[in-house]
Design a protein around this ligand. Structure first.
Ligand code: HEM
Length: 180
């Protein structure tokens, strides 16, 4: 996993709970804790940090990951406005992740291992996003989608019809966006 993801997690946790909270998570999870944005680090570090966060904030790990995704979006929008500016809605933004955003991410962060989504656009009011990745970070994907909705002044109601954490082969996320 690229260091940028750890850097974003640090910023989100520190903004919400103070810089000491991040140091506490590093201590509790026993990870090295020095992450440069372009470096590559074990996926296990992220899983350990999420587990430590879940214990410390008394939340399910899924909620911790989701808040990191939601909190990271405004930071990404500030850093990479070019991905956000062509859109006026989270639906059209999300639909560019496979063809525009993540391919650019692979150029910016060589060696990045980004997921590929399947989109079912049949229902204009319900975007169906299918996610597969050995990392099983559907909470992060949901947080990113919710954060994108907030960016465009929308509310996202997400429902996971299938989830790898419940033994399914992939996660299937229904996304209904409405004005906030
Ligand atoms: C709705 C939009 C997006 C979704 C749903 C999404 C989803 C994800 C997920 C779930 C991962 C975790 C890797 C995995 O599952 O194997 C990931 C990785 C990543 N994404 Fe996205 N993403 C979105 C937009 C963005 C944007 C706007 C950026 C930044 C410009 C970005 C940059 C990255 C980076 C740097 C990684 C790490 C890759 C690695 O560590 O090798 N993503 N994304």
């Amino acid at each position: 996993m690229k260091g940028i993801i750890f850097n974003l997690a640090e910023e989100v946790v520190s903004d919400a709970h103070g810089a000491d909270a991040w140091d506490d998570l590093l201590d509790a999870s026993g990870v090295d804790g020095v992450y440069t944005s372009l470096g590559n680090y074990p996926d296990d570090d992220l899983h350990r940090l999420i587990k430590a966060g879940a214990e410390s904030f008394e939340l399910p790990p899924y909620d911790v990951l989701r808040s990191i995704g939601t909190g990271a979006m405004p930071l990404l929008a500030e850093r990479y406005p070019e991905f956000f500016e062509p859109h006026t809605s989270a639906r059209s933004f999300t639909l560019t992740v496979n063809d525009i955003i993540h391919p650019e991410v692979r150029k910016l962060y060589p060696g990045a291992d980004v997921p590929e989504f399947d989109f079912d656009e049949t229902d204009p009011d319900d975007l169906v996003v299918t996610y597969h990745s050995a990392r099983r970070l559907c909470g992060l994907a949901e947080g990113f989608i919710e954060g994108a909705a907030a960016h465009y002044g929308e509310r996202a109601v997400l429902r996971q019809e299938r989830c790898m954490h419940r033994g399914d082969e992939c996660c299937v996320i229904h996304c209904v966006f409405s004005p906030a």
